[in-house]
Design a protein around this ligand. Structure first.
Ligand SMILES: C[S@@+](CC[C@H](N)C(=O)[O-])C[C@H]1O[C@@H](n2cnc3c(N)ncnc32)[C@H](O)[C@@H]1O
Length: 300
């Protein structure tokens, strides 16, 4: 996949989430958050030193917050008395994501959570003003990911903790789509890696990630790999969950002519047919392997 096209298309999709997921986008993203992003966020937060044993109030920025897995996990894990003295700022460049976090904050009665439209590449937040900055599955899809990483570090106070996750291996939804594409009655152009949609860096490589943090003067750098499964209940569940990913591949790699000749309905039907034959009505698991990276800003 041409990185520039993939980058542009993904940004367009994130900025208009209903266009990719349809009217039930909120429920679809919430389901995705619960099955996948929240367990991953919990793993990242634990490596950042945040969990059930946290007793010191914190000021955390959740960068590229999406549907809000980070505040959700913080509320599940951190003692309420500590949360009451802490603050969580969630930022995303997509207004719909920000609205989703605001809705969840209200309906799930989150404490001291604010959500705002914030571009990770130029966040406008005060230097050295947070104790923790978390970016769950975010840097690999920000166009200027170098600026985003530098900005995340800039806003940490001395001794502050940076934590983030990226994909280390392609999640298996991509292989499922490849398997389906091979059975299509027309030629589908080859797909390139979905690991990153940013020109800078090598976010799927543990050694590159470690070096990027060490080079920036972070201390106690820890780079781990975390594998998890997520359950797919049915073929329909797979289609609704990965419509956005499919749209991304189609708009990045397929020609306009191919997209016009074979619309979404036909493509969904062909994928369904392939998966129905493969799983015979049974639920199945997808695999996800992430890099979990943390480091501490010098000082204190
Ligand atoms: C793969 S999603 C991850 C969302 C969430 N952190 C999670 O764990 O589910 C990536 C997020 O990055 C956001 N994003 C992309 N480019 C951004 C930018 N320049 N500034 C802020 N957020 C951005 C998207 O809107 C999307 O919500």
């Amino acid at each position: 996949m041409n990185t520039k096209t993939a980058e542009r298309e993904l940004q367009r999709i994130f900025k208009n989430v209903p266009s990719a997921f349809g009217n039930s986008w909120f429920e679809t993203l919430l389901d995705h958050s619960r099955r996948l992003s929240e367990p991953l966020a919990a793993r990242m937060l634990s490596q950042m030193g945040l969990g059930k044993a946290t007793s010191k109030p914190f000021k955390l920025f959740d960068n590229a917050c999406g549907s809000g897995p980070v505040p959700s996990e913080l509320h599940r894990l951190i003692p309420p008395a500590v949360l009451a003295q802490s603050s969580i700022l969630c930022g995303d460049f997509s207004e719909q994501m920000v609205q989703m976090v605001q809705k969840r904050a209200e309906s799930e009665a989150w404490t001291n959570v604010e959500a705002k439209v914030i571009d990770a590449q130029n966040n406008g937040l005060a230097t050295a003003s947070f104790t923790h900055v978390a970016t769950n599955i975010g840097f690999h899809c920000v166009p200027d990911s170098k600026a985003a990483l530098d900005e995340a570090i800039r806003i940490l106070e001395p001794g502050g903790i940076l934590g983030f996750t990226t994909w280390n291996r392609e999640p298996s939804w991509a292989a499922e789509l490849d398997g389906a594409f091979e059975t299509f009655p027309f030629q589908v152009p080859p797909r390139e890696s979905t690991l990153q949609a940013t020109g800078w860096g090598d976010w799927g490589d543990v050694n590159w990630v470690r070096e990027a943090l060490v080079e920036r003067g972070l201390e106690d750098v820890r780079v781990e790999v975390f594998a998890q499964l997520s359950r797919v209940d049915s073929v329909e569940h797979f289609i609704s969950s990965f419509t956005m990913s499919l749209n991304w591949i189609m708009s990045s790699v397929w020609s306009e002519q191919l997209r016009n000749e074979h619309g979404q309905e036909e493509v969904h039907g062909l994928i369904k047919k392939y998966l129905e034959r493969k799983y015979q009505g049974r639920p199945w698991e997808l695999t996800w392997v992430s890099i979990v990276a943390t480091g501490r800003v010098a000082g204190q």
